[in-house]
Ligand binder design. Structure first.
Ligand SMILES: [Fe+2]
Length: 464
C-alpha cells in the first residue's frame, strides 16, 4: 500500500492511483446524486479490495439509506475498513473517517460531526467530509451549522478546484435555511451556471423561491433545469415534489396529482425521502379538500415496516403519518411504543430528539387522524419552536406548522388560530393558504371586516 492523491490533492492509502481515481469518480457521482454512484463504488473496490476509505464510503452509503437492515451492512464495511486499515499506514484523516462512521452507526451524530469537522480544519478539500457533515447538519435541523461548516472551508475551494460549484451549492442551501435568501439565490444561481447538473444547487434556489412564495419563478426554474436530471437518483423526485408544492400553492391541484402520479410517486419506492415527499403532499392536499383516493395505501404498507429503527426522526414522522392516515392502529401504536422505548437513550443523538419533540409530534399525528384536534393543539403548541430539531428543511417542516394551524381551526380554538395565522401572515405575506385560513379564523373569532380583508389578500396572493 502507498499513498495516492485525488484531483484535489487529498491523499489515500490505496493499492494504486487507478483505485483512487475510481474512488474520486464515486465521490463525484455521489455529490451529483447520480444513479451511477453505486456502480462506481463497485469499480473502486474491484480495483482495490483492501482500500480502507472505499469501505468507509460503502458504509456511509449504507447509512444514508437509514434502513436498519443496511446499518448491519454499514457495520460490516466498518469492520472491513478497520481490518484492512490495521495492516496499512492510514493517516489521521482516514482514521477520523473510520471513527466518524463508527459514531454514525452507533447513533452518536455529534461525535461523527466532530470527526468530520476535525478533518476539515486540516483538509478543507476533503469532499466526503464536507458532504457528510452537510447531510448530518441537515438532519439535525441546524441551519447555522449547515451554513457555517461550508463557510469555513469555502476559501479553499477556489474556482479551479473540481467540485467548486458543488460546494457553492451547499453553501447556498445553508444560507437559505439560515434565512439569507438574497445571498442564497445569488450563490445558488452561480453554482447552477457552473454545473447545471448539480441538483443540490438547483434545490437551494428552489427553496429560496418556496420561502418567498415565488411560485411561478419556482415552476419556471425547475422546468428549465429538469432536462439535467436523467442521471439524478431519487433526489429528482424531491425536486418534482418542490414543483408540486409550487402548484399546490397556486391551488392547481390537478397538476399536483399529475406530478404525484407521473413524477415523484410514479413507482412505489421505499426510500425515506420518497415517502416524506408523498405523505406530506397528501396531507396538504386533503387539508385543502382534495380527494386523494387510495394513494395512502401503498405508502402505509411500506411505512408499516419502518416503525422501528429511528435513525432519523424526520422520516419517522412521515412513516407515522402514512400508517395513521389509513387507520392502521397496530402500526400507529407500535410506532409510539417504539419511539417511547428509544427516547432518551444515552449517547444516541436522535434519542434526545425523540424525547424533546419526536414522541409528542408522533402522538399529535395520531390524534389528527383520530379527529382529536384539541389533543393535536395541546401536543404541538408547547413544542412548535422545537420542530427544527427533527431535521429537514423549513419547507418540509412547514407541514407540522400547518397541522397545528388546521387543528386549531378544527378544534375549534379560533383565538389561537387567529394568533398563529397573524404570525404566519407576517412571515409569509404572499401565501394564499395562509390568508385563506386567516380569513376563516377571523370569521370564527367574530371579526367579519378583518376576515373580508384577509379573504381579499388570499385572492390577490393566488392570482399574483
Ligand atoms: Fe427540499
Amino acid at each position: 500500500m502507498s499513498r495516492y492523491q485525488d484531483q484535489r490533492g487529498i491523499s489515500y492509502t490505496a493499492a494504486s492511483q487507478d483505485a483512487v481515481n475510481k474512488f474520486d469518480a464515486t465521490i463525484n457521482e455521489y455529490v451529483h446524486f447520480s444513479t451511477e454512484t453505486g456502480e462506481r463504488l463497485k469499480h473502486t473496490l474491484a480495483s482495490d479490495p483492501e482500500f480502507a476509505m472505499a469501505h468507509v464510503l460503502r458504509g456511509a452509503f449504507m447509512q444514508l439509506f437509514c434502513v436498519p437492515a443496511l446499518t448491519e451492512k454499514a457495520r460490516q464495511s466498518l469492520a472491513k475498513a478497520r481490518e484492512v486499515g490495521a495492516g496499512a499506514e492510514l493517516d489521521a484523516r482516514e482514521r477520523h473517517h473510520i471513527e466518524a462512521l463508527d459514531a454514525w452507526i452507533t447513533g452518536d451524530l455529534e461525535s461523527a460531526l466532530t470527526h468530520w469537522e476535525s478533518i476539515l480544519l486540516e483538509h478543507p478539500l476533503d469532499m466526503l467530509a464536507v458532504k457528510l457533515s452537510q447531510f448530518i447538519h441537515f438532519y439535525l435541523g441546524d441551519s447555522r451549522r449547515l451554513r457555517d461548516s461550508i463557510a469555513r472551508v469555502l476559501p479553499a475551494w477556489q474556482a479551479d478546484i473540481p467540485g467548486h460549484a458543488n460546494v457553492l451549492g451547499m453553501y447556498a442551501f445553508g444560507l437559505e435555511e439560515s434565512g439569507d435568501y438574497a445571498a442564497a439565490e445569488r450563490i445558488g444561481r452561480r453554482a447552477v451556471e457552473l454545473d447545471p447538473g448539480d441538483a443540490w444547487a438547483v434545490h437551494a434556489v428552489a427553496h429560496v423561491m418556496e420561502m418567498q412564495d415565488r411560485r411561478r419563478d419556482g415552476i419556471a426554474w425547475l422546468r428549465e433545469l429538469e432536462a439535467h436530471w436523467d442521471r439524478v437518483n431519487n433526489f429528482r423526485f424531491h425536486l418534482w415534489w418542490h414543483l408540486a408544492l409550487f402548484h399546490l400553492e397556486l391551488a392547481e391541484y390537478d397538476q399536483v396529482l399529475a406530478l404525484y402520479d407521473t413524477a415523484f410517486r410514479a413507482e412505489p419506492t421505499e426510500e425515506y425521502l420518497d415517502i416524506c415527499n408523498a405523505t406530506s403532499i397528501l396531507w396538504r392536499l386533503e387539508e385543502r379538500g382534495v380527494n386523494v383516493a387510495g394513494r395512502w395505501k401503498e405508502l402505509a404498507e411500506i411505512s408499516a415496516n419502518r416503525i422501528d429503527g429511528h435513525a432519523l426522526i424526520f422520516p419517522d414522522m412521515h412513516f407515522m403519518m402514512a400508517v395513521a392516515a389509513v387507520g392502521d392502529t397496530d402500526s400507529t401504536e407500535g410506532m409510539l411504543r417504539s419511539l417511547a422505548q428509544a427516547a432518551g437513550e444515552a449517547g444516541v443523538t436522535e434519542a434526545g430528539v425523540i424525547e424533546a419533540v419526536g414522541l409528542e409530534l408522533a402522538r399529535a399525528i395520531a390524534a389528527w387522524y383520530a379527529g382529536d384536534y384539541e389533543s393535536v393543539v395541546d401536543r404541538l403548541l408547547p413544542i412548535r419552536y422545537s420542530f427544527q430539531a427533527i431535521g429537514g428543511s423549513h419547507a418540509q417542516r412547514d407541514l407540522f406548522h400547518q397541522i397545528l394551524i388546521a387543528a386549531a381551526l378544527r378544534a375549534p380554538r379560533p383565538a389561537l388560530a387567529r394568533a398563529l395565522l397573524a404570525e404566519r401572515a407576517h412571515l409569509k405575506p404572499d401565501n394564499a393558504w395562509t390568508w385563506k385560513r386567516y380569513a376563516e379564523a377571523l370569521d370564527a373569532a367574530g371579526d367579519r371586516a378583518a376576515a373580508g380583508e384577509a379573504a381579499e389578500r388570499a385572492r390577490v396572493a393566488l392570482s399574483a
